[in-house]
Design a protein around this ligand. Structure first.
Ligand code: FES
Ligand SMILES: [Fe+2]
Length: 341
């Protein structure tokens, strides 16, 4: 189910420049580009003249020029120029998508333009915060976008999928984690606490702990498909609010954007909060999370194929599914609120 009347992450702001970028978003071909005046723009990726992709075009003074027969469209989607012709027909316009640049990201509104409310876009000030140096990337995933939040919110998978990275070798640590859930304005907050646990390999690659640690993971789900994660660890028994080094602190921004019903873009950024002056530390933590996401992708894509083939009616939920179920409920509520008919 792709929810309409919602903001989706179209691209990192740094990805969009005067070279047009083609993305399929919610089953529609979209071209993203930055005008010569610096404005990020999103148009349907098909010229209103004879349908050629605008992503094969060139950014010029008045907008983007289709490189088939040279017609130019502005960021508003309206034709700004037809070579050697004064009269511009009413039909010479392409669909324009509302696009908002915020926190180093470009959010596209898929739905009715008059309903595009920027206050629904998640806040993520950490991208611009010197206390959280970060690295951003996007992984195409051959699954429904819904399976990305499903994966994040049933954290018991860390015990089996991520033994060598962010999980650690002892499944019991995850099965016995203390967890809590509470509703928030646009979704819910899911917290997990694992006391006196061995540091997982991904943490040890970043910070040297002498013994056991107390670990936390906090996830804020924001409908339709964003998860803000804060994870960390301090020596067992230490106060996480005041403990100095050695400690591990990381924030991950996750957002899944549907490309089609069965494929998505998995955007994630990884921020280093424990060794902020060392760019190498930011790189190490990014590599560790990247390795974990490769592990996730293997399961998510294989899961997608089986569920597509066999349906999901026969699947059961266990107690660890509570946060995932709550996210699906938040999504249904969002859909009811924004698509009442
Ligand atoms: S198809 Fe674009 S100008 Fe003709
Ligand atoms: Fe995972």
């Amino acid at each position: 189910m792709i929810v309409r009347n919602a903001w989706y992450l179209a691209a990192w702001a740094e990805e969009v420049c005067i070279k047009p970028l083609a993305r399929r978003i919610c089953n529609q071909p979209v071209v993203l580009f930055r005008s010569l005046q610096g404005e990020a723009c999103a148009l349907i990726d098909s010229c209103a003249h004879r349908g050629a992709p605008l992503s094969l075009g060139t950014v010029v003074e008045k907008g983007i020029r289709c490189n088939y027969h040279g017609v130019v469209f502005g960021c508003s989607g309206v034709c700004a120029e037809i070579p050697n012709q004064q009269m511009i027909p009413e039909k010479a316009r392409v669909t324009k998508f509302p696009l908002v640049e915020k926190d180093e990201m470009l959010w596209i509104w898929i739905g009715d333009e008059d309903k595009a409310d920027p206050s629904l876009i998640p806040d993520y000030p950490f991208h611009g915060d010197a206390a959280w140096p970060n690295t951003k990337t996007m992984a195409p995933v051959a699954s429904s976008y819904l399976l990305i939040a499903d994966n994040l919110l049933d954290a018991t998978h860390l015990a089996y999928v991520h033994g060598n990275t962010v999980g650690g070798a002892n499944p019991n640590v995850h099965m016995t984690a203390k967890s809590s859930l509470r509703l928030t304005e646009h979704g819910h907050r899911f917290e997990r606490l694992m006391c006196n646990a061995p540091p997982p390999p991904a943490y040890s690659a970043c910070v040297q702990f002498a013994g056991m640690i107390d670990r936390w993971q906090e996830f804020d789900f924001i409908a339709p498909s964003t998860v803000l994660q804060y994870s960390g660890g301090v020596p067992a028994g230490a106060d996480r609010n005041t403990a100095g080094a050695p400690r591990f602190d990381m924030r991950i921004f996750h957002s899944a954007t549907p490309a089609t019903d069965d494929t998505c873009y998995y955007f994630y950024s990884v921020a280093n909060g424990h060794d902020v002056d060392d760019p190498k530390a930011t790189e190490t933590i990014f590599d560790q999370v990247g390795a974990a996401i490769v592990e996730d992708k293997l399961f998510i894509e294989a899961q997608q194929q089986r569920v597509k083939e066999l349906g999901d009616e026969r699947l059961f939920d266990n107690t660890a599914d509570a946060a995932r179920i709550m996210a699906r409920r938040a999504l249904r509520n969002y859909n009811k609120r924004h698509n009442p008919d």
